[in-house]
Design a binder for this molecule. Structure first.
Ligand SMILES: Nc1ncnc2c1ncn2[C@@H]1O[C@H](COP(=O)(O)OP(=O)(O)O)[C@@H](O)[C@H]1O
Ligand SMILES: [Mg+2]
Length: 598
């Protein structure tokens, strides 16, 4: 069990390190757009049309005023109105397709990114998942992807259209009248300083928001998955307090971004008002002096709003962008986590194995404290070995090394003489089944759960496996028998029934190696006989490591290995060890007393 505090884990690494520049992150995102390059290009083309039709409006107004109204030419006026309508229609149509297409591309990109991230998570070793709070991982694929969504669907559109509009307006204004154009830009320095400040503070604020929302999800997930304990100990109130606290921090983080936007955006609005006032005053003066036409002045006021609009939108986009960059940083953080346990370059497929397991001078530690020390153990093919020892002795750890969830720090783990480091994970796991203490069931039917390890198994095979472990009786008593849907908690089934399904699932997979980690401890004693039969069916013809508290299971094993503080202290058959009168004899004495069997 990882003992890291939920709120502390995961955050510091991303928070402390200097983030790589946004450009690099964006460049990494680019390949995701490549498959949709054609559509993306079409989107950009449509954006040009949208921008052009928007820019045409004030110019058409100028044309109508100066050449229609002032000149008293109705024909020109009608032409201008017609063009107005056409520009509007074109803008609307192009806007529609552009929105549709850019969202289409954006959603595809996100789908691919989400899929990639999920695939990567599946590849990351068990150790990663033991270290990382599940809620934090969940937030990578939910809230972080959502933050990106805003950027890739609307954000890019906004960037292109507003950027082009801004440039277009500047060019047009200077073409109309240099003096008025220069006046407009008097407010520019104030705008630039404000925008720069906004950028600096909002970057920080948005990163904090992403971290806080991940905290909320992590806390929620953790509390819900431990709800039985929370309620059992009557600790609802402290959980509520904790949840309120992380939410409070999230709210605080959010509020600081809102305060920033609340200051900045109305500020731009104010500057825009000042700009318009300047143009109205000086523009009107120049009209009276007959230096510019009324049409030009009207166009100026029109363009002015489509000048400030883009600035505001682009700054807003900057928030979106910040948020997305913070999210990307987190997502790439996951993608950049290399699996510590992975196929080595020259890894070979393990052929169908006999099942001889050998540990050579194996030492292991999760962090620094040694958990296993200089372990030597050979398990001949087909043998059943029972691992016994007190809690924390290292039994589960040994099982994790044999299934290569971890690599030993020193020494080697070999199966049929192949060092596990040199074989492909796939070929190993295909021939191995693990039944943990809490048999995990997935949402789906009983049959689907049975076939989990070998989806191609036939109904007959599933039934045979259920028969072999004595699970058929209760399965058939379920409303729909094998087709009964259960949820991922296995609701409606007792712990023992869930475990029998796990046994049958292992049997269906027909592994060469079987590892049972306290798999029988949740089954009640009355089912003892049933379990013994189940086990016998399961163990036949394969190598098995059984970690058990159950006396009967241990006694029947070909060999018993006693672990203590990461070392093997005794091994032999039940009778040999009892005669030896050592650790096992003592343990056995205790068990016999508890279970009433001798
Ligand atoms: N994922 C982990 N991270 C850090 N320490 C661990 C982890 N799993 C187990 N440990 C530690 O390793 C030791 C052996 O644990 P384990 O193999 O689970 O014992 P057993 O199965 O015999 O009860 C214990 O001290 C435990 O605290
Ligand atoms: Mg254990």
């Amino acid at each position: 069990m990882s003992t890291a505090a939920p709120t502390a884990a995961g955050l510091p690494r991303a928070g402390r390190a200097e983030p790589p520049p946004a450009q690099r992150k964006l460049r990494r995102l680019l390949p995701y757009f490549r498959p949709y390059a054609g559509r993306a290009a079409a989107t950009v083309g449509l954006m040009l049309v949208v921008t052009a039709s928007g820019l045409a409006i004030p110019a058409l107004a100028q044309f109508a005023i100066d050449h229609g109204i002032t000149a008293g030419d109705k024909g020109v006026l009608l032409l201008a109105v017609g063009l107005f309508v056409v520009a509007g229609l074109i803008g609307w149509l192009a806007g529609y397709y552009q929105t549709y297409l850019s969202s289409w591309v954006g959603e595809r990109v996100l789908l691919d990114l989400r899929t990639d991230t999920f695939r990567h998570l599946m590849r990351l070793e068990l150790g990663y998942h033991e270290r990382t709070p599940t809620g934090r991982t969940v937030s990578r694929l939910t809230s972080d992807i959502e933050a990106l969504e805003q950027l890739v669907t609307d954000g890019v559109t906004s960037l292109v259209i507003n950027g082009l509009t801004f440039i277009g307006v500047v060019v047009i204004l200077f073409t109309y009248d240099v003096e008025l154009a220069l006046l407009t830009f008097v407010i520019f320095p104030a705008l630039a300083i404000g925008t720069a400040l906004f950028r600096v503070y909002s970057t920080r604020a948005y990163r904090r928001t992403r971290e806080r929302v991940a905290d909320v999800l992590a806390t929620l997930q953790e509390t819900l998955s431990g709800i039985r304990v929370v309620q059992g100990f009557g600790r609802q109130k402290p959980s509520e307090d904790l949840f309120r606290r992380v939410n409070e921090e999230y709210r605080e983080a959010n509020m600081s971004t809102i305060r920033l936007s609340g200051t900045y955006f109305p500020g731009v609005e104010l500057l825009s008002g000042i700009g318009t006032a300047i143009i109205l005053y000086f523009g009107a003066t120049r009209v009276l002096d007959q230096e510019v036409s009324v049409g030009v002045m009207v166009a100026f006021v029109g363009y002015l709003s489509s000048f400030f609009d883009p600035i505001q939108q682009l700054s807003q986009l900057y928030s979106t962008f910040q948020s997305a960059m913070a999210a990307l940083e987190k997502i790439f953080g996951v993608l950049d986590t290399e699996p510590e346990i992975a196929d080595t370059p020259g890894a070979v497929d393990l052929p169908r194995i006999e099942g001889r397991i050998e540990l050579r001078d194996v030492s292991f530690a999760y962090d620094r404290t040694p958990v296993l020390t200089n372990l030597d153990l050979t398990i001949p093919a087909g043998e059943t070995v029972a691992l016994v020892g007190t809690t924390g002795a290292g039994k589960s750890t040994l099982a994790k090394l044999v299934s290569r969830f971890y690599d030993p720090v020193e020494g080697q783990v070999l199966i049929d003489g192949h060092d596990l480091r040199g074989v492909t994970m796939r070929s190993l796991r295909d021939q191995l089944a693990i039944v943990p203490q809490e048999g995990h069931l997935f949402a789906g039917t009983v049959a689907e759960n049975l076939a989990f390890g070998r989806p191609e198994a036939t109904d007959e095979e599933l039934r045979a496996a259920a028969d072999a472990v004595g699970a058929t009786g209760f399965i058939e008593a379920l409303p729909d028998g094998f087709a009964t849907r259960i949820n991922d908690k296995g609701s409606g089934l007792s712990a023992g029934q869930r475990q029998l399904i796990s046994f049958a699932r292992a049997l269906v997979a027909d592994p060469r190696l079987l590892i049972l980690d306290e798999a029988t401890s949740s089954v009640d004693l009355r089912a003892e006989q049933l379990i013994e039969d189940a086990l016998r069916g399961l163990l036949e013809g394969r190598t098995a490591i059984i970690i058990a508290h159950r006396l009967s299971t241990i006694r029947d094993a070909d060999r018993i290995v006693v672990l203590e503080a990461g070392r093997i202290v005794e091994q032999g058959t039940h009778d040999e060890l009892v005669d030896l009168g050592g650790r096992y004899a003592a343990l056995y004495g205790d068990w016999a007393e508890v279970s009433g069997t001798t």
